[in-house]
Design a protein around this ligand. Structure first.
Ligand SMILES: [Zn+2]
Length: 220
């Protein structure tokens, strides 16, 4: 994990299990294809979505698939704009979460800022979400990259993996998740944060041994 003051680190996992997080969606058909692949292997993920990419006609489908699959929605912002360039104030994030909830999706317990650009100063203190970064991010945001094998080789139990919702990644998703399954590994969503604001309806506890919310805060 990127050891950053104030960032949340989920509980360590002993077995061949990792935390799967997906950024930048929803992405229409690509989201559907990813959900199908995850369902095939009974894997779960936390989807860090942007409200600006929400499409009304998809809401029932997204809500049902999230629930059925045991997935979880996290916030990636209202728009995909770096905090360092004025994007996504705390109130904008809370507003975005409210819009998601009105669409029947959420609540959100986690927030990942675009580009991993962290909030500075008082912004961070008012954040009602757990701020989370990642351990492993393949170059899946670059066109034409083969990243599945490299990511499989680097996986360690308890890693937080981030992938990006892009249509161009479908073939590599298939390669990666089939490799995960063949090796006897499992992908799970982040733990529910019990008692945290905005997480009264935590998703079902589908992840193995470490079900404690809260985890370990990074030492200063
Ligand atoms: Zn992003």
């Amino acid at each position: 994990m990127q050891r950053v003051v104030g960032a949340y680190v989920p509980p360590p996992l002993q077995a061949n299990v990792f935390y799967l997080t997906i950024d930048d969606g929803p992405a229409g058909e690509a989201t559907y294809m990813l959900l199908d692949i995850l369902e095939k292997y009974h894997f779960q993920a936390t989807f860090f979505w942007l409200w600006s990419r929400f499409v009304e006609k998809h809401k029932d489908y997204l809500r049902e698939r999230l629930l059925q699959g045991g997935h979880q929605m996290g916030l990636h912002g209202y728009v995909h704009l770096s905090l360092w360039r004025g994007g996504n104030s705390v109130s904008t994030l809370i507003w975005a979460e409210r819009l998601w909830q009105e669409a029947g999706i959420g609540p959100a317990a986690y927030y990942r800022p675009p580009y991993g650009h962290l909030p500075v100063g008082p912004w961070k203190k008012g954040l009602p979400y757990k701020l989370i970064l990642w351990d492993l991010m393949p170059p899946d945001y670059r066109k034409g990259t083969s990243w599945a094998e490299g990511l499989l080789a680097r996986l360690r139990p308890g890693d937080v993996v981030v992938l990006h919702e892009r249509r161009e990644n479908v073939a590599e998703w298939k390669r990666f998740f089939s490799g995960v399954a063949v090796r006897g590994w499992r992908a799970i969503a982040l733990p529910p944060v019990v008692g945290a604001p905005h997480s009264a309806e935590a998703p079902p506890q589908v992840w193995g041994p470490s079900t404690e919310g809260g985890g370990t805060e990074v030492p200063r």
